[in-house]
Write a protein that binds this ligand. Sequence first.
Ligand code: NAD
Ligand code: GLY
Length: 365
Amino acid sequence: MTTQRIAVHLNQTHDRSYEVVVSPGIFAQLPGLLVSRWPGRKLFIITDNRVGRLYGRALLQNLRAAGADSALYEFKQGEQSKNAGTAYHLQTQLLRAGVKRDSIVVALGGGVVGDLAGYVAATVLRGIGFVQVPTTLLAQVDSSVGGKVGIDVAVGKNLIGAFHQPRAVYIDPTVLATLPEEEFRNGLAEIAKIALALDPSFFRRIEQVAPKLRKKDVQQLCWLIARAVGLKAAVVEKDEYESGLRKVLNLGHTIGHAVEASSGYAIKHGAAVAIGMAAESEISVRLGLMPERDRVRLMKTLRALKLPTAMPRIHKPTQFFDALAADKKSVAGGLQFVLPSSIGTSAINVSVPGEYIMDLLRRHS
Ligand code: NAD
Ligand code: GLY
C-alpha cells in the first residue's frame, strides 16, 4: 500500500480570553459573581487548610446561601503538598462528588493552591474550567495569570503540568491583611522580577516606594498588582506556550528553583527568586551583559524590599548543579539562562559556562 497522509487541521481554537479583576472588596462579592456567571454549575473550591479556615469556609457558606451546588476541599498548606499524591486525592474526590465537564474549580489561595487546583482542573475529565482567586501577593501578581499549572516531582519543581488558562481571575488586595509579613515580601520579589525583566519605569517606581510598602496600603498595592499583571498579560498574549519571549518571566528562576529545591523547600519561592536574581545578575555582569551599576541598583532595591540576596550554603554542589540541568529552561548542550541585561531589559537563551556556576557554588559551599 502506498503512503497515505491525512492532515489534522487544528488552528481554529476557541477564544480563551479572560479578565483579571483587581478590586478591593471583590472577595465578598464572589458568590454573586460566580453564581450569575455560571448558574446551575457545580462549583468546587480547592484551597489549603490555612486559607480554608480564613476564607474558604465562609465562601462555601455564602455560595450555598446564593443557591450554588458547591463543595470545599482542603489540603495541608505548603509547597510539600504540591505533588502527585495530593493531585490524585483531589481528582478522586471531585470524581466521587460527580464533577461534570461544565463544573468549575475555584482555586482559592496562594501559588501552591493555584498551580495544584489548576492542574486538577486541567486533568480531571481531560480538562474543566477554573477560576483563580489568589490570596497571596505572589499569586496575585504572577502565578494566577498565564495558565501555567502543575506539580513538583523528586527530579525538580513544576516538571509535570499543563498550560490551562483560567476563565477569570479575581484579585482582592484586602485579603493580604492576614498574610504573614514574610509571604508578603515573597510577593514583592516577583513584582521586582517583572520590573527588572521588562520595564525600567516600573522598576524606578518600586525603588521609590520600596522602603514604605505595607501590606495594608491597599491603594498602592492595587496599582502595583495591576501594573505587574498588565506587563505579564502582554507577554502571555504574545507567547502563551513559552516558545520565546515568555521565558523572560523566568528571570531569577533557574537558580531560584535549584535554591528552593536544594533547601527541601525551606526557602520559599519568592525568597529563592530574589536570591536567583542577585546571583544571575552577578553572572550577567561577568558575561559583560549587564552594567555593574545596574546590578548595584538591583541589590539595593532587593534589600530595601527586605528580601534575601545571599546564596545559602550549598552542601551538595553536584546535586545543585543537577537541579539546574533538570530545569525546564535548559536545553541539550548547555545551561540556558534568562539574564538581566539592564534594569528593565533581559536576554533569553544565554548559554552560561558551567564553570561560572561552579565558581558561584564554590564560594557558597
Ligand atoms: P503558598 O500558596 O504556599 O502560600 C504561602 C502561605 O501563605 C501558605 O501557608 C498559605 O496557606 C498562606 N496564605 C495564603 N493566602 C493567605 C492569606 N490571605 N492570609 C494568610 N495566609 C495566607 O505560596 P505562594 O508563595 O503564594 O506561591 C508559591 C508557589 O507558586 C510555588 O509553588 C511556585 O512554584 C508557584 N508559582 C507559579 C507560577 C505560575 O506561573 N504558575 C508563578 C510563580 C510561582
Ligand atoms: N511565572 C512564569 C510564567 O508564568 O511564565
